[in-house]
Design a protein around this ligand. Structure first.
Ligand code: NAI
Length: 222
């Protein structure tokens, strides 16, 4: 349980990484870990870990460290991973089908219940055991099943119209791959934008930077 309502987003964004590392420790049979050991594995400082977890009341015991299973479970609860929020995916092209097939929504707090597209060539095919539905059935589907989250895998040009419709139908969270800035138009929704290209460009800079530093070192050594 959070100690206050004002846990910063930067702490929240670190929780999935804690959850992942703790899950791996559990799998390898580790049941107890000190904040120093956890810090070493996660390349953080022990004080950073204590600070992060203190936002939620702290889970460690002086002289004992952390109970890995309990901490893993608590972080899962904080993140709401057992909530099974009803989710739909719009745009069953290459990206949408890949996400629908490979993302383990059910272990991340979501339940994918519907997939939609406008292309008659894909409508009716099945992905992850679900039929791809005609996007013209979206309103009726949402009124019946009341999903709260949508994954957008449609082109940028199509995103605004679909997002307007979905917000009107009660969607409150978007996992947005569409390169369209949704948050600009609505303040009552939450959006996670994913731009794989941004990550790649950051890597490009870092590779370039590394090469430049190595070249400078070589010059120095000559
Ligand atoms: P795609 O062309 O294979 O699939 C797009 C699908 O959206 C098609 O099946 C199309 O029929 C459907 N669609 C278009 N308008 C629609 C509407 N109004 N309602 C329902 N369905 C609609 O394209 P792909 O490769 O799957 O990429 C989808 C989008 O995601 C592209 O715009 C691309 O730029 C973007 N993208 C974003 C990435 C990211 O990291 N955010 C990474 C890769 C692609």
């Amino acid at each position: 349980m959070a100690k206050s309502d004002t846990v910063s987003l930067s702490v929240i964004k670190r929780l999935p990484r804690y959850y992942r590392f703790l899950g791996e420790l559990l799998k390898s049979g580790v049941n107890r870990i000190s904040s120093r050991e956890l810090a070493q594995i996660m390349r953080l400082t022990a004080s950073q870990i204590r600070q992060d977890l203190n936002c939620f009341g702290g889970f460690g015991q002086q002289g004992y460290g952390y109970n890995v299973s309990a901490l893993h479970g608590e972080i899962g609860n904080i993140l709401g991973l057992n909530l099974g929020v009803k989710t739909i995916l719009i745009g069953a092209g290459n990206l949408g089908r890949t996400i629908a097939t490979h993302m383990d929504f059910e272990n991340k707090g979501f339940d994918l219940i519907g997939i939609f597209d406008k292309n008659s060539e894909v409508i009716g095919r099945r992905v992850r055991g679900l039929p791809i539905r005609d996007v013209s059935d979206l309103t009726a589907f949402c009124q019946q099943y009341r999903p709260k989250m949508a994954v957008l895998c449609i082109p940028k040009e199509a995103a605004q119209e679909i997002a307007d419709l979905l917000v009107g139908l009660g969607i409150r969270g978007f996992w947005n791959f569409s390169h369209y800035d949704l948050a600009v138009n609505y303040d009552s929704i939450v959006v996670e934008n994913v731009h794989l290209g941004d990550s790649l460009m950051t890597l490009s800079y870092r590779v370039k930077d590394l090469a430049e530093k190595e070249a400078a070192k070589e010059v120095e050594q000559k």
